[in-house]
Design a protein around this ligand. Structure first.
Ligand SMILES: NC(=O)c1ccc[n+]([C@@H]2O[C@H](COP(=O)([O-])OP(=O)(O)OC[C@H]3O[C@@H](n4cnc5c(N)ncnc54)[C@H](O)[C@@H]3O)[C@@H](O)[C@H]2O)c1
Length: 262
């Protein structure tokens, strides 16, 4: 795991109960960051905060659904009250569905767009406003390979993730003068909890078993393996560090080259 000195920095990490969010929270904490961990899944978020536990650095538990319109303001107020400052925001909360185009309902469309895109935007703006120009800031958004190409079975998810990359660019433009960078990290398939439901949906649509799907993805990846949450957390730590101070408005793949073939 990449370690850099981030002592004295404070971060909000959404989706911290699981997957990339939990890995990012742990990786940033290992670099000295105080983390406010946000998620709607209370039990698993408590596990993350227990894993973060440190004798000198008090991390913060914020059990909250990010979907309601008032959530961004509430999360920010609670995080600032506990941390006192904000230097890094990692937006990893997300939902995904594999649904044939004709079966996507307006309700499912709204769920994906509201969690993956709308809440990310409003939390990012609230964070950028709270960040101090003299310290600078980092906004790191979870996009996806799916945001770079259309998808037959997840039009809503692909649209949301394409939107994430565009929102990162808009944030980079709006807040660059405040010394804030905004970037999008794009993994391909990484077997997090998200895949429990994803597999059920994909098995039904494709008629393939999860094992067959995984083998196909590995073969289609030049590096011949799937990614890990640590592969992604390493990039998040790098983007949060001083080494990445002049990198902004970028959409960066962490996918072993899968983008070339998918
Ligand atoms: N795993 C992959 O293959 C993959 C690939 C590309 C991009 N991504 C993206 O990475 C991000 C994290 O995915 P993951 O694989 O770690 O998934 P995950 O399911 O393991 O974690 C996502 C977390 O978001 C939380 N969440 C969902 N809706 C929420 C809400 N309304 N309010 C607060 N929290 C909410 C969930 O409770 C969960 O803990 C997502 O944005 C996802 O789209 C995942």
């Amino acid at each position: 795991m990449l370690t850099v000195d981030l002592n004295g920095k404070c971060a909000i990490v959404t989706g911290a109960a699981s997957g990339f969010g939990r890995a990012a929270a742990l990786a940033l904490a290992a670099c000295g960051v105080r983390v406010a961990a946000v998620d709607v899944h209370h039990e698993k978020l408590k596990e993350t905060v227990d894993l973060l536990s440190h004798p000198e650095r008090k991390h913060v538990y914020i059990g909250k659904n990010l979907r309601p319109t008032q959530a961004a303001g509430e999360v920010m107020a609670e995080a600032i009250a506990c941390l006192g400052q904000l230097d890094i925001l990692v937006n990893s909360a997300g939902v995904c569905h594999f649904t044939p185009a004709k079966d996507i309902t307006p309700e499912q469309w709204d769920e994906v767009l509201e969690v993956d895109l709308r809440s990310l935007y409003f939390l990012s703006v609230a964070a950028a406003e709270a960040m101090d120009a003299s310290r600078g800031g980092r906004i790191i958004n979870l996009g996806s390979n799916a945001g770079r190409k259309g998808r037959a079975f997840s039009a809503h998810y692909a649209a949301a993730k394409a939107g994430v990359a565009n929102v990162s660019e808009s944030l980079a433009l709006a807040y660059g003068k405040k010394n804030i960078t905004a970037n999008t990290v794009c993994p391909a398939v990484v077997l997090t909890e998200m895949w429990e439901r994803n597999f059920k949906e994909l098995n039904t649509i494709t008629g393939k078993s999860s094992k067959e799907l995984i083998e196909g993805w590995k073969l289609a990846t030049p590096m011949q393996r799937l990614g890990t949450v640590e592969d992604v957390a390493n990039l998040i730590v790098f983007l949060a560090s001083d080494y990445a101070g002049f990198i902004t408005a970028q959409e960066i793949n962490v996918c072993g080259g899968f983008m070339l073939t998918c």
